[in-house]
Design a binder for this molecule. Structure first.
Ligand SMILES: [Zn+2]
Length: 65
């Protein structure tokens, strides 16, 4: 399951970040941003976004996320 990260919140929607969100934030070098906000920014749905990350950046969430 997704692990919540203490004290880290998406600066756009205020949701508490999980480890995957933090990883994405590090990859894109932005303020703390959650996955759903990344999807909005890049205008992709979650599946498309994850496929993109997997294919081009070799990054994927832990199983069960
Ligand atoms: Zn957000």
């Amino acid at each position: 399951m997704s692990k919540k990260v203490k004290g880290r919140y998406c600066y756009k929607c205020g949701v508490q970040m999980n480890t995957w969100d933090v990883r994405l934030t590090n990859i894109f070098k932005v303020y703390d941003t959650c996955e759903s906000c990344f999807c909005k920014i890049y205008d992709m749905d979650q599946d498309t976004f994850r496929n993109y990350m997997d294919k081009y950046l070799d990054e994927r969430p832990c199983q069960g996320l």
